[in-house]
Design a protein around this ligand. Structure first.
Ligand SMILES: [Zn+2]
Length: 173
């Protein structure tokens, strides 16, 4: 799919001209010279394992409504990956872990309201605080602990998440 189709941009965002073309990863305007770069968005995901089971989120919304995901989400302007990760964990599972450790990253696509977004997902492992149970909030329909031996990739919403879980199992099991 072309960048113009993916972004559904039909006119120059600055001057309104319909004379726009794709230029590598940018949309360029022939009329005024404006160039809008379409970069990938940063996102995070957290692997929290307790007694061999991984904490997963049942997605409340599309893309992947009803499928499993890791707690996480898009990084806001001005945030570090770690700050974004902690904010998303607070929003989705009601707590932030004591320690985050970088695991891996991977590309992903995210189709939202017919617009295809490209992301780079950064995955952390987390040590969860003892004695506090996570509870679903925000974009999470519910939370579930899935044993690492029982993970069914067909039920996972995103390829980057599947790859991160595979890597985690190779590394730590
Ligand atoms: Zn223009």
């Amino acid at each position: 799919m072309s960048l113009l189709q993916e972004t559904q941009i039909t006119h120059c965002p600055r001057c309104g001209s319909a004379s726009i073309i794709e230029f590598h990863n940018a949309v360029a305007c022939r009329a005024c010279g404006y160039k809008l770069f379409i970069n990938c968005a940063a996102a995070t995901g957290c692997l929290a394992v307790r007694d061999g089971s991984l904490l997963m989120v049942v997605r409340k919304k599309d893309p992947g409504k009803g499928l499993l995901d890791l707690p996480g989400g898009f990084v806001d302007f001005g945030e570090s990956l770690e700050t974004g990760m902690r904010r998303e964990l607070n929003e989705e599972i009601g707590l932030a872990p004591e320690r985050l450790t970088y695991l891996t990253s991977g590309p992903n696509t995210y189709l939202y309201k017919d617009v295809l977004y490209h992301t780079v997902d950064c995955f952390f492992t987390a040590v969860m605080p003892v004695g506090i149970e996570p509870c679903a909030g925000d974009d999470a329909e519910s939370l579930t602990w899935v044993h690492l031996d029982d993970i069914d990739e067909e039920k996972i919403a995103f390829d980057s998440v599947k790859a991160a879980i595979r890597l985690y199992k190779e590394k730590y099991r």
